[in-house]
Design a protein around this ligand. Structure first.
Ligand code: HEM
Length: 408
């Protein structure tokens, strides 16, 4: 593979569904061209940043590197459209608005806030492992377990009724799997706008309800939040819900399913978890590093600057490649080895800096609850078919993970 071929991985959704192609290509880029200019007819040009140190430095430098106007990579048409989409969420904001809006929900995501959900999460984890037992020894771990469980956790946090969960599941998959034929409602732009509108209409109803009948959940906090002394607008509140419902869902589903795939390919690592429950916590972090479900976010320079000796002009955008940074040989010993006891594990799968993932504690808690339950109750487990990964430019992991197992 030459460098030009390697650089196609960022603009080709199939590359993220092919781990070997992606990691071979980005290892080459880290070595030969770690700040690489990508030009492609369907995309506005950008610089691909593949080294851990550079991803951290840019993420930290939010004084000159902004999320607006191009927070993530999409085709040219999407860049143009973004300006017209009425819903603006945290990932599209910068200071001074960003810290104000982030503050609204930040307490709910701190360890103390998340601990409130500990029992509910443990109950949901148990429910899904019970469900595996009921399925009688064969299932698709992504479709039957990983796709549902994190959404149920996040919707419980928002305070949504369980009856609405299946509808949210479908909408999130349509939104994030938009580049994958199996998941997208349709490939055209109007269909994707329609998914956003469905989200909006749903959450508009929720906002009205929580304004009239406030309850003790994050949903009510958002519906009644004050910004600069005024109640947050409906569009903004709907954007907030949509971000939380979507950001907390496919990301964690992908990490949990991709983590199990890694364990099945490395049965000794499953054995280590089963023998020593203290390894579940670092094991879950290793799954998150390994899968790096968020494939990229972008930043745009507000002034001329230099990254690793490469001049970048004001107005140009960089793509932060988290999955590449998380296999950086300069930071991780044996980066292509899946090691549930890895320590230290300074992965950047949750990003870094001002936009650092709000859901880290929740995601870790969910993962730990599910894997503690799994390794203590599943006696044997193996692949029962070929796993398939989502074609995506943004968030993804396995979309099919057929397994066969016996329960203890
Ligand atoms: C932001 C990854 C789970 C909510 C982000 C970012 C990444 C990320 C890479 C951008 C960080 C940056 O720009 O520096 C992940 C991964 C997850 C996960 C890998 C699971 C394994 C969750 C969960 C929630 C959540 C469970 C809960 C709702 C958010 C929010 C933001 C965010 C609200 C935007 C923060 C901001 O812009 O200020 N996440 N996330 N994430 N995440 Fe997560």
């Amino acid at each position: 593979m030459d460098i030009a071929a390697a650089a196609t991985v960022f603009t080709d959704p199939r590359a993220y569904a092919d781990n070997e192609r992606f990691h071979t290509a980005t290892a080459l880029l880290r070595r030969e061209s770690p700040v690489h200019r990508v030009e492609h007819p369907r995309f506005n040009p950008f610089w691909a940043i593949t080294k851990h140190e550079d991803v951290l430095a840019i993420a930290r430098g939010s004084d000159i590197w902004l999320n607006a106007p191009r927070p993530a990579l999409g085709p040219k048409a999407k860049d143009a459209e973004r300006a017209n989409i009425p819903i603006r969420s945290l990932v599209q904001m910068d200071a001074p608005d960003h810290p104000v809006y982030r503050h609204i929900s930040a307490d709910w995501f701190k360890p103390a806030g998340v601990r409130r959900l500990r029992d509910r999460i443990a109950e949901l984890a148990k429910r899904y492992v019970d469900h595996m037992a009921d399925l009688g020894g064969e299932c698709d771990f992504f479709v039957d377990v990983a796709a549902h469980y994190p959404l149920y956790v996040i919707l419980s946090l928002l305070g949504l009724p369980e009856d609405d969960f299946p509808r949210m599941l479908k909408l999130t998959q349509e939104l994030f799997g938009a580049a994958d034929e199996d998941l997208a409602r349709s490939q055209d732009k109007q269909a994707q706008m329609a998914v956003l509108m469905d989200f909006f209409i749903y959450f508009q109803g929720l906002i009205q309800d929580r304004r009239e009948n406030p309850t003790d959940d994050l949903g009510s906090v958002i519906a009644n939040a004050m910004v600069h002394g005024e109640q947050m607008g409906e569009l903004e509140a709907a954007g907030y819900y949509t971000l939380i419902a979507t950001a907390g869902h496919d990301t964690t589903s992908s990490a949990l399913a991709g983590g199990l795939h890694a364990l099945l390919e490395n049965p000794d690592q499953w054995g280590r978890l089963a023998d020593d429950p203290a390894l579940v916590a670092p094991g879950v972090d290793e799954m998150i590093r390994w899968v790096s479900p968020v494939k990229q976010f972008m930043r745009t320079a507000t002034e001329d600057t230099v990254v690793r000796g490469v001049p970048i002009a004001a107005g140009e955008s960089v793509l932060l490649s988290y999955p590449s940074a998380n296999r950086d040989e300069d930071v991780f010993d044996n980066p292509n080895t899946f090691d549930v006891g890895r320590s230290p594990n300074r992965h950047v799968a949750f990003g870094f800096g001002a936009h650092y993932c709000l859901g880290t504690h929740l995601a870790r808690l969910e993962g730990q609850a599910l894997y503690a339950e799994l390794v203590s109750r599943v006696r044997s487990i193996e692949l029962a078919g070929t796993p398939e990964y989502t074609e995506t430019l943004f968030v993804g992991g396995p979309k099919r993970l057929p397994i066969r197992y016996t329960m203890a």
